[in-house]
Design a protein around this ligand. Structure first.
Ligand code: AP5
Length: 235
């Protein structure tokens, strides 16, 4: 199964991808996470991408396409993958098509997470991320069991640098100007499915259970996932 999660910042793409990667048994590929990993290094690439990520602008297409080409050549993507935050421009979408054509593959489904601006701001303002394992929380909607501590690994929780209000506003502007046109691009191909991502995360998850069931997707586990209840606990 080859999926793309498309939508504005804070739509809940990463939250759902983390659940569905286990249930579908395919990797979650987030260009945002990969770039944040690069930013931990002292390298030429890190120095190149840093100013873009810090300002909430898009990293140049050539850099992103190279990162994706390398990642999709890994053996674990053979049966499928969940792309989160990529593609984000028409050039990236066309680059992905060319790349997949060369591998005799194609995208099966694009999930568009439709979300209001008010929800985006409220979610990103309250988002907390584990510095160790990357698990996402929200101060109000999905709080950790113990304040400031990751339920899963005990790591420290903090706000993402680019979740500061002025950077969030820039990211929304960039999304509307450069990414939103991909909705029509994929709708025209007949592979777009719109999700009402204003609903809470458990409702979005339920909608996906129904959708994937209808499409006959092969699930690795049929257990119903209760968002907020994590399998490993450190509390
Ligand atoms: P990236 O990391 O991709 O950020 P993003 O797309 O802006 O997405 P987010 O991670 O902010 O949101 P999300 O939809 O995953 O929401 P989440 O599940 O976390 O990109 C960061 C930067 O990297 C970019 O600005 C750019 O500079 C660069 N970059 C990345 N990819 C690039 C590319 N392809 N090309 C060029 N540059 C690129 O949820 C948010 C919060 O809400 C959490 O606290 C969560 O707990 C909560 N929540 C989630 N779902 C719900 C729900 N349904 N109801 C209530 N709360 C919810």
């Amino acid at each position: 199964m080859k999926l793309i999660l498309l939508g504005p910042p804070g739509a809940g793409k990463g939250t759902q991808a983390e659940i569905w990667k286990e249930k579908l048994g395919i990797p979650h590929i987030s260009t945002g996470d990969m770039l944040r990993q690069v930013l931990q290094e002292d390298s030429l690439l890190s120095r190149k991408v840093k100013p873009f990520v810090e300002k909430g602008e898009l990293v140049p297409d050539e850099i992103i396409l190279e990162i994706i080409e390398n990642r999709l050549s890994s053996a674990d993507t053979k049966i499928g993958f969940i792309l989160d935050g990529f593609p984000r421009t028409l050039k990236q979408a066309q680059g992905l098509e060319d790349l997949l054509k060369g591998m005799n593959k194609q995208i099966d489904l694009v999930l568009y997470f439709a979300t209001s601006i008010e929800k985006i701001i409220e979610r990103l303002r309250g988002r907390l991320v584990c510095s160790q394992c990357g698990m996402n929380y929200h101060l109000k909607n999905m709080p950790p069991k113990k304040e400031g501590v990751c339920d899963k690994c005990g790591g420290r929780l903090s706000q993402r640098e680019d979740d500061r209000e002025e950077t969030v506003r820039k990211r929304i502007e960039v999304y509307l100007q450069q990414t939103a046109e991909l909705i029509e691009f994929y709708r025209a191909k007949g592979i777009l499915h719109t999700i009402d991502a204003n609903k809470d995360a458990q409702e979005v998850y339920k909608e996906l259970v129904l959708l994937f069931g209808k499409k006959g997707f092969n699930l690795k586990s049929n257990d119903f996932h209760k968002i907020g209840e994590r399998t490993e606990s450190h509390a």
